[in-house]
Design a protein. Structure first.
Length: 97
């Protein structure tokens, strides 16, 4: 799965139309939410918190058309809590948003 920088903007444009300022604002909100979701994964204490954080991230990513991030969050839900490889991959994906 390759990162498509236009996918999020296309999803937002489909939702709100040709409103560049609103698209930029929503994109920033998505980025902030993604960073908070990553923090929740990082701080998760145990498998239940980890899985819940992964599912929240998956839903957030799906809402914005971030397919790569959604796939990583799906994989994370099945990994042991705090899996360092998974966290690195998700952090990289969030940084590329």
């Amino acid at each position: 799965m390759a990162y498509d920088p236009g996918a999020i903007d296309a999803t937002l444009a489909a939702a709100v139309g040709d409103e560049p300022a609103l698209i930029a604002e929503l994109r920033e909100a998505f980025l902030d939410s993604s960073k908070r979701a990553l923090a929740a994964l990082t701080l998760a204490e145990g498998s239940d918190q980890w899985r819940a954080a992964a599912w929240r991230l998956k839903g957030l990513a799906a809402s914005f058309g971030a397919v790569r991030l959604m796939a990583l969050a799906t994989q994370a839900a099945d990994m042991p809590a705090g899996d360092p490889t998974t966290l690195r991959k998700i952090k990289r994906a969030v940084e590329r948003l």
